[in-house]
Design a protein around this ligand. Structure first.
Ligand code: THU
Length: 178
């Protein structure tokens, strides 16, 4: 399945009372099953199946984006090293600097539920397919994932993968504090 983010609608001024952005038990089980089956010798197509599922979930998360100021919806799907999935969207604020990016929302949800080690984060922006986490998010993500995989959907529908050390070389991490 090719993930297509062109036709996603995000209405930032209407609260969806029916919304249920929680990861369903069925989806959680599917993600965990795919992840557990990967193993060290996983083929690239097995890995890609999981990556595309994560991108699809990031698109769903993006639908809850609250971005009335930038009108730039972002979604993230964060996979823990034990196979749990956490979703996040950007949440803006009238005091603009209070804005939280989608990736950090997902990390905060995960860490506050007891998960601190992550395998992959999928990031989607409605208005720009080939956009990678901002500097704040690179720093924030690296705290819990020096070896994290970051994936986005490339402009031609491919899954684009980068490592944390590619995005943030010589990162300032917990070890730097001595
Ligand atoms: N944003 C993210 O959610 N993640 C990023 O990595 C870059 C930027 C959000 C913040 C703000 O709500 C909007 O995108 C425009 O900057």
């Amino acid at each position: 399945m090719i993930v297509d983010i062109k036709n996603q609608n995000c209405d930032n001024r209407v609260v969806n009372k029916e919304a249920d952005g929680k990861v369903s038990p069925e989806l959680a089980a599917k993600v965990k099953g795919l992840f557990d089956a990967l193993g060290p010798n996983a083929s690239s197509s097995e890995r890609e199946e999981l990556d595309r599922l994560l991108l699809t979930q990031a698109i769903l998360a993006m639908n809850y984006s609250y971005c009335p100021y930038s009108d730039f919806p972002v979604g993230a799907a964060l996979l823990s090293k034990t196979g749990q999935l956490f979703l996040g969207c950007n949440v803006e604020n009238a005091s603009y600097g209070g804005t939280i990016c989608a990736e950090r929302t997902a990390v905060v949800k995960a860490v506050s539920e007891g998960f601190r080690e992550f395998d992959t984060v999928a990031v989607v922006c409605q208005k720009n397919k080939d956009a990678w986490p901002c500097g704040f998010c690179r720093q924030f993500l690296s705290e819990f994932g020096a070896d994290l995989r970051i994936i986005v959907e490339g402009s031609s529908g491919t899954v684009e993968v980068m490592s944390m050390s590619d995005l943030l070389p010589r990162m300032f991490g917990p070890a730097a504090l001595g």
